[in-house]
Design a protein around this ligand. Structure first.
Ligand SMILES: Nc1nc2c(ncn2[C@@H]2O[C@H](COP(=O)(O)OP(=O)(O)OP(=O)(O)O)[C@@H](O)[C@H]2O)c(=O)[nH]1
Ligand SMILES: [Mg+2]
Length: 298
């Protein structure tokens, strides 16, 4: 049995770079992490993937041969992968027990929020793992543009519901993050402080959205989706913490004692958080299914 993370998030949020940085960081720890490229439109990689969908099919080829646009071609490629999933599963089956994989996924968010193809691929792959999880990246620039942040958090929630896996949310590219937010305010966003998010949303949007914000923010908060882990490659601790949390979700290395007390506590907390998130997700799906479409209280 093996461990896997599906690295997803909007286009350009830093998924491929994170995969590459994690592989390099793992090497310094004497660990091996394999990247599986599931993006048929990817251009270059700093670290060669162990499996690359582009060896079989690419967005560019499909565009040319099928006369489709870029989005249609991407969907075609993912459907092709679903129909030929044994190419990938046979490859994965050749790896030793305890192997650790990062699935670098395409950035088109519609693949996770309203099309069933990627969740189906994930389901088929999930059977090969002890446990797998989703890693969702959101560009930190969103925090300076609150409607984008709220929309990103909602995408994170929809992705979690569709993928059906425990999920780690990461705020990426913090090295590019610029004022006007103070450090304290940014920390409140990372911690998922619902009051800060709601106030910022009310401030940034017309008054008519106030009631909507007051419903959305606590809903996201209830399901533990407002909090993000910071990621800044200029601060190696953030990358280390991301890897720790990823290990914690999939329970990798549970037999090993984490180095420091702080990290050990953090790891226990994250375990509890993700177990709670899984429980909440089931409640949430039940609640959503029970709500009538025109129910004004829904
Ligand atoms: N400054 C900075 N640039 C970053 C960071 N992460 C990624 N980038 C840059 O942002 C661009 C997009 O990064 P990728 O890792 O390719 O993003 P992606 O999510 O894989 O993008 P798609 O595969 O197109 O969806 C590249 O030019 C990266 O070099 C970061 O943490 N800091
Ligand atoms: Mg990429």
């Amino acid at each position: 049995m093996r461990f896997g993370h599906f690295v997803v998030g909007p286009a350009g949020s830093g998924k491929s770079r994170l995969c590459c940085k994690l592989v390099q960081h793992a090497q310094t720890l004497g660990r091996t992490i394999h990247v599986i490229n599931l993006d048929p439109g990817a251009e270059t990689f700093d670290v060669a993937p162990s499996f690359d969908i582009r060896e079989f099919i690419t967005v560019a080829d499909v565009m040319e041969e099928c006369q489709l646009g870029p989005n249609g071609s991407l969907i075609y490629c993912m459907e092709w992968l679903l129909n030929h999933i044994t190419y990938l599963t046979d490859e994965l089956d050749g790896y030793a027990d305890n192997s650790y994989f990062l699935f670098d996924c395409p950035g088109q968010i519609e693949l996770y929020v309203h099309l069933p193809i990627v969740p189906r691929i994930v389901q088929l792959l999930d059977q090969r793992f002890v446990r797998s999880a989703t890693v969702f990246l959101l560009d930190s620039q969103c925090v300076n543009d609150i409607p984008k942040y709220v929309s990103g958090a909602l995408s994170a929630m929809t992705t979690m519901l569709n993928m059906g896996l425990p999920q780690l949310n990461i705020l990426s590219k913090l090295d590019l993050f610029q004022q006007p937010l103070s450090r304290l305010q940014l920390q409140r966003f990372l911690d998922g402080d619902v009051t800060t998010v709601m106030q910022a949303a009310n401030h940034a949007m017309p008054a008519k959205f106030r009631r909507l914000n007051e419903r959305i923010a606590p809903t996201l908060d209830d399901y533990g989706l407002l909090g993000f882990l910071p990621l800044n490659y200029l601060d190696i601790d953030t990358l280390e913490r991301v890897l720790y949390q990823m290990d914690a979700i999939v329970q990798h290395g549970d037999e090993l004692e984490p180095a420091g007390k702080d990290l050990r506590e953090e790891r226990d907390e994250s375990q509890e958080l993700f177990e709670a998130m899984q429980g909440n997700k089931d409640d949430m799906i039940r609640e959503l299914l029970e709500r009538r479409p025109n129910d004004p209280t829904a």
